[in-house]
Design a protein around this ligand. Structure first.
Ligand SMILES: CC(C)(COP(=O)(O)OP(=O)(O)OC[C@H]1O[C@@H](n2cnc3c(N)ncnc32)[C@H](O)[C@@H]1OP(=O)(O)O)[C@@H](O)C(=O)NCCC(=O)NCCS
Length: 175
């Protein structure tokens, strides 16, 4: 149930010991096309940015996001963002996207654009991205097994980053 458990999470880099929890959360969020645990593990092993929100009371992962910088293009792909259903609509998703924007802007060669794909039927996520200022630029037919994908971009990473955290959170600094 939405917002049933309200607790102040901490934001930190993902570690290999998080992988089982991340895979489980991705399966909850995307029953039809979750990342296998091996893919998430490889992502972290390769040092790709992966951020988790950990509930201090529960000690468990309640949200995470995987980001893939593309330095040659000056862009970054948001591979996934997953918020536990019990912890949605409290600003956690926005906080993780902000973390991603900070990460991209903090790189040696700062990136200028973040992009992602979202299933056309995922109306909740589409509203979420709209609220954050992402805009639709393309549609890819049959991208998912049972749905088309909309390509969304955000070209103002400084604006997306915002002025400080949207939640009163202890955060690890962007690399
Ligand atoms: C989409 C998702 C990441 C949003 O996370 P969240 O923590 O609930 O979002 P936030 O609380 O930060 O919401 C930010 C804004 O989006 C809005 N929003 C978030 N989810 C929404 C929904 N389902 N319907 C309408 N608006 C929504 C919020 O109201 C808020 O608006 P505001 O600007 O008025 O404050 C989360 O619902 C989720 O993990 N969904 C399943 C996985 C998924 O679809 N990921 C995206 C795949 S591309």
């Amino acid at each position: 149930m939405k917002g049933q458990h309200r607790e102040v999470p901490t934001i930190r880099d993902a570690a290999l010991y998080d992988v089982p929890q991340l895979a489980l959360l991705d399966l909850i969020c995307f029953p039809d096309h979750a990342f296998p645990a091996e893919t998430i593990q490889r992502f972290i092993e390769l040092g790709q940015p992966c951020v988790v929100a950990e509930g201090l009371a529960s000690g468990g992962v309640i949200a995470f996001a995987m980001l893939m910088p593309e330095p040659e293009e000056g862009t970054g792909a948001l591979m996934t963002i997953d918020v536990d259903p019990d912890h949605r609509c409290h600003g956690l998703g926005r906080e993780l996207v902000r973390w991603c924007a900070r990460y991209l802007r903090g790189m040696d060669e700062p990136m200028w654009l973040m992009w992602l794909t979202v299933a056309t039927r995922n109306s909740g996520a589409r509203t979420f991205y709209d609220r954050l200022g992402f805009v639709e630029v393309d549609l890819i037919a049959e991208y998912y097994r049972d749905d088309d994908a909309i390509v969304l971009v955000h070209r103002d990473l400084e604006g997306l980053e915002g002025n400080g955290p949207s939640l009163d959170l202890p955060t690890s600094p962007p690399k």
